[in-house]
Ligand binder design. Sequence first.
Ligand code: FAD
Length: 1019
Amino acid sequence: MQAKSRFCGAGMIMAMACAAFAAVPPTLREADVVVVGGTVDGVRAAIAAKAAGASVFLVAPRAYLGEDRAATFQLDRLPSDDPSDPVFREIFNPLYAKPVSLAATLSTNAADAARIVLTADLGSVQPISGASAKVPVLVRQDAAFRKNAPDLYATARVVIETSEDGESWKPFADLKRADNAYGHRSSMSPFEHRAEATCRYVRAIQHLETDYPRQEPGVLRVLGPVPKGLRDKVTPFLIKRGLDKSMLAAGVPFLTGFPATDILRDSKGKFAGVVVASRNGFQSVRAKVLIDATVRGRLAERAGGARRPFPSGDRPCTFTVIDRAGKMHVHELMLPFADGSAFSFLAAEQIARDRTWTSDQADAADRIAYATPDTFTSLPEGIFAVGPCAEKGTDAVAVGRAAGRAALLRSRIGDAAPLSPSLPVLASYDVVVAGGGTGGAPAGIAAARQGAKTLVLEFLDRLGGQTTEGGITGYYFGNRVGFTKEIDAGRNATGKVPYTAKGEWFRSAIRKAGGDVWFGSFAAGVETKDGRVTAVIAVLPDGTCGRVLCKTAIDATGNADLAASAGCETEFITADELSVQGVGQAPQSKTGGGRNSDIGFLNDTDAEDLWFFGLRSRLSMPDDTWDQAQIPGSRERRRLIGEFYVTPYDVMLERTYPDTICRTYSNFDTHGQTRDPQFFIEDPPHAAMYVNLPYRALLPKKLDGLLVTGLGMSAHRDAMPILRMEPDVQNQGYAAGVASAMAVASGVPVRSIRVKALQHHLAEKGIIPFETLETGDSFPPKDADFDRAIRTLPSDYEGLAVLMSDPARSIPRLKEAWRTADAPDAKLVYAHVLGMMGDRTGEATLLAKFESASWDKGWNFRGMSQFLRSVSWTDSYAIALGRSRSLAARPALDAKAVALTADMHYSHFRALALAYEGLGDPAGVQSLARLLRLPGVGGHALRAGDKIPPVRNYSNREGDRERTLVLKELCLARAIFNLGDTPDGLGRRTLEAYAADPRRAYAEHARLVLAAPRGTSGK
Ligand SMILES: Cc1cc2nc3c(=O)[nH]c(=O)nc-3n(C[C@H](O)[C@H](O)[C@H](O)COP(=O)(O)OP(=O)(O)OC[C@H]3O[C@@H](n4cnc5c(N)ncnc54)[C@H](O)[C@@H]3O)c2cc1C
């Protein structure tokens, strides 16, 4: 079954909610006390309320905790930060300081290449706090690379020992390459171990990697004792992670990325909970008592809190930036405020950026800092405030305790009454762009330049998305023409650090063209009327929620958020198979560098998974991390199934269209397994290719007034690697912006614009060649193409894409070719392709080949640097037999299953699961269950509430290992379940365990399998 199932998870809640709040939004959680806001005092109050015996739940608006300090770069310990408070002890923990290296005399026995010993002599016996051996490690692992570079060196393991006398040695650490900070990706990575010891000598014994000719001696550093007492200054990362750890240690559940927008009351007007917004739509947290710990205190105000006036006029604020040398500059600014509304703050934030930009800016705070003038003077019963909006000197711990006790006195949570049925109008624009990322920022610039009154709503605090906040500042392929050329020139002229310079160029270009940018603002859905988008629902940084009216909306969320909220058909994780590209959210350096990482899967449609992925990433990062990328690096997300759906065949055959708006350029950088049947036979090409993208891939099928750009475009997942490069998404976003302004100017829906005029503009801009305006659709392929493909197929499957593009036309030709082929190899090729297309004509040929084949070199999951195939030939034959429902193949499949052991490659397990599911023969359950019961194959699901296992050193290889184990288990469980399950329900049990897994990409897949009619998934 092709992956075209309509996504009907969290997005549907959003759709419902956007019809406004006639009803109470669905319940996310219930607790005695709800804390809104992830400020330091919010965390302290939440922990205190829990200690008072109440159940507590905290929701924070940003993607992390610490919006008062981490977001403003207020990194110093303040005199008022009580050193005995466990939260401050966690944040300012001295152990997180990088201790100084001790002076030592170093010696080595470099002559023995297999076992290099580095020894450090400190001169006297003294306390140490750790040792770090920075040794050269293998750069890449694949065999071809080794063969071509026989002098590559590699250190597999470093054993560190200490001694007082240089004679008797004590073990200190035994570090494998997996412990190494960056796995196989770096050529000089530290093997570091931190622990206290007393010694004079430290030695690091480097062990050579098997099969490698040599290794190089590294550098050994011995770390001095950690200073006593709390640290005076930390990083944004340590604040965020310190707060995470404090909450986890106290057992207080929390979610980040859930701004609170409103309060719920019961029929008597008493507080009954809050409304929160997120990718999951609007939901409610039902509670007896509220602690407002946000920066602005909007909810406590809505609940009836009285506050001091917010005087209009210029106010003193600070905005902190960091230069390329890592120096912090705290700019003191007088910024104008009309009032205390979100709009005043949105405007002030922009002015702060205008005034503080310098070309060597390497990082900047997320928001301005200021002394809050309108603190609360009184609050109604059951409503508490802590943090910046509370009266100066408020003791958050005391408030937390009081709130906990107050909640315990209230017998139950009141039944929430429905909210007001309409949302206020916040503003009115011609074009609203939701998401100011790689595609959205160019869309905003283009629309504004074309004269449309344009707003860009961006959840983060810098434009550019992956290209800036994700840390992916360098291009990998992409057609660097047209608007991308202008961006690159603008970025280079704007600043010296690509990350910040690009974000700043985007911001200034939009504003120069007359457009507006709202940072920290979340597009929570759309409002539609008569099949057309009329408004985008926006949640502003302080939780203000309302409608932004528009004539056209551009969904540049990279996740088709708006399209899904409007009920458009979309696709992402399916019941069929869990095939999604890998994701990372890597450390970010102080001077503007990110890291491309791939450590797990992420269900981008699920706000709880965004939280968990970010949290787990932080818990996996080294203590000396400056910050974490602000946005998870998810390469594959929810996509529209639009007016036109780009298939892998369109890509492979370089299809032309009458409405091409972009020529993309890349290779199949698949970051995991492919799933289109074509790629079960031939390798997705490693060589880069040019591919056309039609305008219709941005258009929903029915809804008007919406364009979807970026990773949310309408294309099959296996086509996306060629379409998704940054230079191409930028040009595509630009095209969407021009198209939206054309629609506004001519008063027609975006689907009715004059596409030739759009193309003409794009050709003038250099995005597409002028010849493109003359091309038509090159599909369907001609009969002669099919005939030629039949002739060339025996030669390494040449022409396969033509044949796979239309099985109805290919199968009769393939049958005839199989019947008349003399050469056994050719016969097998025809039988193989027929089988993959679901035709059993060549069964005997294919089966004979499969029976005689043994398990060959398979594939374990690999995200980073995964090119070419993800199945072996034997895997491929098994899958083809399954797809053709070859019941005669069962004994051969059984025999192959018996030959599998737990440690063999994942792709063999995947192939068998797919093959048995294809057959649909319940007898397959026995073989599959035996495999799932092999020691080490099962039991890899995480339980909610379990200690969150870190991904060691945030290493891609660790992530690969975990995904290999999980995918092996999941594919077997799915197949067993689909085939009717074992009498003791092994398949269901395993899937149910994953359905509750906090890694919610796995959970979503498992839930979909459990919910699908038996036997319909896994094909
Ligand atoms: C880890 C990684 C590595 C990559 N490596 C490369 C590479 O080396 N070279 C290359 O050319 N390409 C690379 N790519 C591909 C490329 O970066 C992406 O395909 C592209 O950036 C996606 O653009 P986008 O506009 O769809 O999404 P994004 O750039 O992610 O932009 C989406 C924006 O929308 C915002 N947003 C989302 N939802 C909402 C909402 N509801 N309300 C308001 N704002 C919202 C987000 O905060 C974000 O700023 C990589 C991608 C990833 C993830």
